[in-house]
Design a protein around this ligand. Structure first.
Ligand SMILES: [Zn+2]
Length: 379
């Protein structure tokens, strides 16, 4: 068993990090995931090496994106919570002092892996950094994956985490790992991808080249772990391809709901799961039951229905407690329903991307009728 801890710096939204965890957690195997919700303070401002201001032209220059690939892409469309407007670049040690403090404070065994998810830039502009002293410490830079890999950070970051666990086991030293990377991209997980655009190629192929297979076979990587990593890679690949097809053909995937497990499952997206907690599931199923939509301040008229949905979505059986939570949800002065709708929306966007999520999220004007654009015909 390999324990993998995911931690985040404060500017990474909880749902962004949680979605990465939820996605990885879909795949059973020896790697066990632990998401630490409490963000880590980034205190080492002394290591600030520069400031990057995010403007289209600067992003283009920063990542060497040719004009032909910009296609009128406007980065101001990007959601605020996904993309800070400017970022600073720091020395690598600043990131690894956080992973190291996390280890010390929580008595994390040396064999466990720790990944720090961050929007803070590093001075080498790497997507993934590995601590040269403590090999099991990593940081992953979340910014701009959406441009290179045509998706939110969820899939590319999950791909990086999974493949780095594998690389960690194959190569006994960082030096050996670096020596084995491919400087020219061939669509293998070991591609270095100095030209950032090429990152999407290796994710779309989800491949491992014959040379790297030989190295895997010569190493002591357990088969179940290899299978788990390959499943993550394959799911990333199929989700990215589906997203690309959707952009051209507008094929909307079907889904089914496992209410009691808190899951919305998309079979065509390699069984992709969106996890909702019981109250979020209650709200979502309620709007599926009301395709014409409801105003939030009318929720009080549907208390019995909401309570019934909640009872079928939770293992909690204390009726007065369940009632009090529903009362809070429907209270006209409470922001509870609106907050939950917003969290559901963010979860869909993290897994499906903004364009595809449009068909599934609950939306409508403030104070007006809210509904799901593409309600499922029957529950
Ligand atoms: Zn290779």
């Amino acid at each position: 068993m390999i324990h993998v801890h995911l931690i985040r710096t404060a500017e990474v939204h909880d749902i962004v990090a949680e979605s990465i965890f939820d996605f990885l957690n879909q795949f059973n195997g020896p790697a066990r995931w632990n998401y630490v919700r409490e963000p880590k303070a980034f205190e080492d401002e002394g290591s600030l090496l520069g400031i990057q201001s995010i403007k289209n032209s600067e992003i283009q220059k920063f990542y060497s994106i040719p004009d032909s690939d910009i296609n009128g892409c406007d980065f101001s469309d990007i959601n605020d919570f996904l993309e800070p407007k400017d970022f600073r670049t720091y020395a690598w040690d600043s990131f690894f002092s956080i992973t190291q403090s996390f280890r010390l404070e929580n008595d994390i065994p040396a064999r466990d892996l720790v990944f720090l998810l961050t929007y803070k830039g590093n001075h080498l502009n790497w997507f993934v950094g590995n601590d040269l002293n403590v090999r099991n410490n990593y940081f992953i830079h979340l910014l701009h994956w959406n441009y290179f890999a045509l998706s939110e950070p969820t899939f590319p970051v999950a791909y990086q985490i999974a493949t780095h666990i594998l690389k960690n086991l194959i190569f006994k030293s960082y030096k050996k790992y670096i020596q084995s990377t491919h400087h020219t991209s061939i669509g293998c997980m070991m591609d270095l991808c100095k030209v950032k655009k090429e990152v999407s190629i290796k994710m779309r192929t989800a491949d491992i080249c014959p040379d790297c297979w030989e190295k895997i076979e010569a190493s002591s990587v357990p088969q179940p772990l290899l299978q788990q990593v390959l499943k993550v890679m394959e799911s990333v690949r199929s989700n990215m391809l589906f997203r690309e097809r959707f952009n051209k053909l507008k094929v909307i995937p079907t889904y089914h709901i496992e209410k009691e497990n808190g899951k919305i499952i998309f079979p065509e997206l390699n069984e992709l799961e969106i996890k909702l907690n019981p109250l979020e599931m209650t709200i979502y199923c309620f709007f599926l039951n009301h395709p014409k939509g409801i105003k939030l301040n009318h929720l009080g008229d549907y208390k019995t229905e909401l309570l019934g949905l909640y009872q079928s979505a939770t293992t909690e059986t204390n009726l007065p407690l369940l009632e009090s939570r529903i009362d809070d949800l429907i209270h006209p002065l409470s922001n509870s329903a609106s907050e939950k709708i917003s969290r559901i929306k963010r979860k869909f966007i993290q897994m499906l991307g903004t364009d595809l999520a449009e068909y599934f999220i609950i939306q409508g004007p403030n104070g007006g009728i809210k509904k799901i654009s593409q309600p499922k015909k029957s529950l």
